[in-house]
Design a protein. Structure first.
Lengths: 782, 171
């Protein structure tokens, strides 16, 4: 049998998805089900004076209308599950339905429950809420200013926390030959999974059990948090997420909506469904990024970067969402030196509250922000010292013999060969030739540019001890059960909760390889707290890295037991039995064999097991990683800019990623492509904008520019392979690399193209209008 | 629920007649999902931008969230559930082989858009494929594998046509 690991197997999950047989939450229908619609605040900041539900209640088909006051004493606050230590973090009380103040446009104040979704929506429009509107603040640095409207009365200056890392670098800066300072606006993004969120809750009065089907990336975390809010013990609460239509971080958080329908399902003793509209998705589902960053780099005149200092104002919105505080701190501040051997670094972050939609993880979560600023600063510094940005990268990249490398924030980069990835990318792009052509084209009034991103990121979240040390209120290990059935077929139960990544296939490949079985004999079960004992879910490129490693460990337990059974059957010592490709054989006597399936059957029949052995064959393992993993690579973008229109054309995009061992190259490529489009989307198209009153101006796909198929050339992808030394599978994680690496590569390329105009930086997204205006402001094309 | 404002509609969905009484404002997509129980067609937006709800209405690709069920009265509708005949439709096979889907949420719309394209332009260029996907938002794939899937679907169509021709000649 050929190796299964490393082969581009077609996906197992596709068999149902291409037939329209997926089981997404909104597909659920239960007899007697009623439908919820939320009444949301149109104001970004207001006091609720009165809520009049009488007219809504009179609508035929309306079952109930509940307001914040109805839930107040029965439902706990929506919690925050990340409390960075030493940051003096203030909690932001977040009622599931607001009853005194609303703090962003979209904050829910009431829920209508009716026989059909149409009636619920009609009646929601008839709930009369009297508001006393108040001033709002939306920009994170403005929120810190004296006199800014407060989001939570008792949180002074709107600072939810102030977090610092690293040591003082003042002295290095004071003595430096060159200091480059720049301010970046890392704009706000809307994750925009194509499936809006949804929740269906069903109360079983006979057993006092609640089942909630919900669009989540982490059902067990949902169960834990909802159990606390609803006062339903964990063993009486089941959370299910079978097919989830994309998430990108936006389905990590525990939202008020699922809590409200759960409470209502119990109250009414009827199944209740709530499905978000796209408009709600824009205003209520968590956003990503949104920093104002002041960045400084110190270096020598000959291209050696000595220090980086970062001060960031991170906009967290009106309430601290589930994982929000971890994103701009640990996942951002600790890696601002990027892939470079910058000896001195410090980071300081103000976690700011504003009257906007809560901000939480969005693909990359903190690492795109860090990568962007360091990759942009390398280019700005190169320009300041009059050197080629490629040459400066070569000087400063961490050398291959320096691994494991401890960065200035004490992160230990596990393994790497950054020069190797760069060299491979440069085999695909003739850099000198491009520079020559660029010169020639400029003479003809044509502007092309090239941009690099030689990135590293930390993922495979993560060591639980570190999770605890950095304030995450949970573990980050993962569970797996590999259950072998009497016929030798296998069911795998994973605590990870994939939602598009294809792990039903990837995980089956791991088991197929290790147990020597055909992949079609393996079924992977995920996303159901009643079937899986515990798990921490899918985010932070952790599923294959941590969940896959747990499966590997469970496989070893299965093999160990099956080997004992085979040895017993073969009447030899355990050490004399080899296992290869699904066959146990006596070492040196290859004719005497026991198949894996025979061993499985023996384990279940238990007619003749080794003395003292328990029947059955399954392995359960919990893998707690000892470190994060650090994928890296080189991305190169080539663009041309039309100075007459400001249009940017992406000519070529080359991505060389090192994600360690690749289990399914087709799926890995898919992850990279998806990430690229999101990262390039940030550079060129996407950006959420609020007006001064806190109204989201980009609240639909009409106004928020989602990338489309015709915006992109064919991507050119390649790999180098540097296994993670501490991961049993050698994998590093690939879910976020594309989104992390691509944004600065694009902006660097555009700025390279615009260099002749004296334009060095523009805020993202680089829309034609912005580019054209910048060129015009510099006197145009002459 | 008692409601005098309902109207009868009859649609042929995937070859089967479905007659229901619906509120006049019922969207075709809700008719398909809620009345016909065909949840393979999805809803991704409320402004007709995303295309995940695309079905074939009398052979033409339409966003089923922009059509009222009553407007489709008497029409022939093909949804993802009706694509497969004895074997997978070439578009389904193409998407499977070329990894044209990740979360699968846009996939019904993507596949019906693709099948409409191939029924009207049997050999589209890459650029034509990308432009034909203009009404579709996919947040997962980055589109390139969708393009490859459509190209592969077209190959499969050609292959199947050829082998059908061969069989006819052999008779
Ligand atoms: S649901 Fe988005 S276009 Fe129909
Ligand atoms: S596959 Fe997820 S949106 Fe297209």
């Amino acid at each position: 049998m050929a190796d299964v690991i490393g082969s581009a197997l077609k996906r197992h999950e596709d068999i149902r998805l291409i037939r329209g047989k997926g089981q997404y939450t909104d597909d659920m229908k239960i007899p007697g089900m009623v439908y919820a619609s939320m009444v949301r605040s149109p104001y970004a900041h207001a006091r609720i004076v009165a809520v009049d539900t009488a007219e809504a209640r009179r609508v035929p088909g309306v079952q109930a209308v509940f307001t914040g006051r109805d839930l107040k004493d029965e439902v706990g606050m929506v919690p925050t599950a990340w409390i960075p230590p030493d940051s003096d973090m203030k909690m932001t009380p977040h009622p599931a339905l607001a009853y005194d103040f609303v703090r962003y446009a979209g904050d829910a104040v009431a829920v209508v429950i009716a026989d059909t979704p149409y009636i619920a929506q009609d009646a929601a429009d008839l709930v009369r809420v009297e508001y006393d509107a108040m001033p709002a603040v939306t920009n994170p640095r403005d929120a810190a200013k004296e006199g800014a409207p407060l989001v939570h009365e008792d949180i002074a200056g709107n600072v939810a926390f102030h977090w610092k890392a690293g040591v003082s670098v003042d002295e290095v800066f004071n003595k430096a030959e060159v200091v480059v300072r720049h301010e970046f606006r890392q704009q706000r993004l809307v994750p925009s999974a194509m499936e809006p969120r949804a929740a269906v809750a069903q109360w079983n009065a006979a057993t006092d059990e609640l089942t909630v089907w919900v669009t989540t990336q982490n059902p067990h975390i949902h169960r834990l948090l909802m159990s606390g809010m609803l006062g339903i013990p964990e063993h009486k609460l089941r959370v299910v997420a079978i097919d989830v239509g994309g998430a990108f971080g936006s389905k990590i958080a525990c939202y008020p909506d699922e809590v409200v329908v759960s409470w209502a399902a119990r109250k009414l003793n009827r199944p209740v469904k709530w499905t978000e509209t796209r408009s709600e998705n824009f205003t209520v589902t968590t956003h990503g990024r949104d920093h104002v960053e002041e960045v400084e780099v110190a270096g020598t005149k000959d291209g050696h970067i000595q220090a980086i200092r970062v001060k960031a104002y991170a906009n967290l919105g009106a309430y601290l969402s589930t994982a929000a505080p971890g994103v701009p701190t640990i996942l951002f501040g600790l890696i601002v030196n990027g892939a470079y051997a910058i000896p001195h670094a410090s980071a300081e972050v103000f976690g700011m509250l504003t009257h906007t939609t809560p901000v939480d993880a969005y693909r990359g979560a903190g690492r795109p922000e860090a990568t962007f600023l360091v990759e942009r600063m390398v280019d700005l510094y190169s320009e300041a010292v009059g050197m080629d940005p490629l040459a400066v990268r070569k000087i400063n990249l961490i050398p291959a013999d320096a691994f494991p490398y401890t960065n200035p924030f004490t992160l230990q980069y596990d393994s790497g060969n950054y020069q190797g990835a760069l060299a491979k990318a440069l085999e695909m792009v003739d850099y000198q030739q491009f520079r020559k052509e660029q010169d020639n084209l400029r003479k003809q009034g044509k502007y092309v540019g090239i941009g690099f991103s030689t990135y590293v990121e930390m993922c495979g979240l993560g060591p639980s001890e570190v999770a605890g040390a950095v304030g995450f209120q949970g573990g980050l290990w993962e569970s797996a059960t590999v259950r072998v059935h009497p016929t030798g077929k296998v069911t795998v139960f994973t605590g990870a909760s994939p939602h598009g990544q294809g792990e039903e296939t990837t995980f089956a490949q791991i088991v197929a390889q290790e147990l020597g079985l055909p992949p079609e004999d393996i079924e992977v079960v995920h996303g159901d707290t009643a079937k899986i004992a515990m798990g921490w879910g899918t985010y932070g490129s952790r599923t294959t890295v941590v969940g896959g490693a747990a499966i590997h460990m469970a496989d070893q337990k299965v093999i160990e037991k099956a080997r004992k059974i085979a040895a017993h059957k073969l009447e030899v010592g355990e050490d004399d039995v080899a296992f290869e490709q699904g066959l146990f054989s006596v070492k040196g006597l290859p004719a005497r064999t026991v198949t894996f399936q025979e061993a499985a059957l023996d384990a279940y029949l238990a007619w003749s097991l080794p003395k003292g052995m328990e029947p059955a064959l399954e392995g359960t393992a919990f893998y707690n990683p000892e470190n994060f993993t650090y994928p890296f690579g080189t991305h190169i973008a080539m663009v041309s800019v039309d100075p007459e229109t400001g249009d940017i054309e992406l000519m070529r995009y080359v991505a060389v990623d090192d994600v360690g061992i690749v289990i399914n190259p087709m799926l890995v490529e898919g992850q990279i492509h998806g990430g690229l489009v999101q990262g390039i989307g940030q550079a060129l198209y996407e950006g959420a904008e609020y007006d001064d009153q806190g109204q989201l101006l980009t609240g639909s796909f009409l106004d928020y520019a989602m990338p489309k198929a015709r915006f992109f050339p064919k991507f050119e992808t390649a790999h180098t392979v540097t296994p993670s030394p501490h991961n049993p599978l050698g994998v590093k994680g690939v879910g976020e690399t594309g989104a992390i690496a691509s944004t600065p590569a694009i902006v660097n390329a555009v700025m390279d193209a615009l260099a002749p105009f004296g334009i060095h930086d523009l805020p993202m997204p680089l829309t034609p209008r912005k580019v054209w205006q910048a060129i015009a402001a510099k006197g145009g094309t002459h | 629920m008692e409601d005098s404002r309902v109207v009868p509609v009859t649609l042929t969905v995937n070859g089967k007649a479905i007659a229901r009484e619906v509120e006049p404002r019922t969207l075709l997509v809700h008719f398909l999902r809620d009345d016909a129980g065909l949840t393979g067609t999805h809803v991704g937006c409320d402004t007709s931008q995303c295309g995940v709800c695309t079905v074939l209405l009398n052979g033409e690709a339409v966003k089923s969230c922009t059509v009222l069920a009553v407007q489709a009265d008497g029409a022939d509708v093909l949804t993802i559930e009706g694509m497969e005949e004895e074997i997978l439709h070439p578009v389904q096979q193409g998407f499977w082989e070329k990894h044209g889907l990740q979360c699968g949420f846009c996939t019904p719309g993507a596949m019906l858009t693709a099948s409409y394209l191939l029924s009207t332009h049997p050999h589209p260029s890459e650029q034509e494929i990308r432009e034909s996907l203009d009404g579709l938002l996919c947040r997962c794939t980055g589109y390139e594998t969708i393009v490859r899937s459509v190209q592969r679907a077209q190959e499969i169509m050609d292959e199947r046509r050829e082998s059908a021709d061969r069989e006819t000649r052999a008779i």
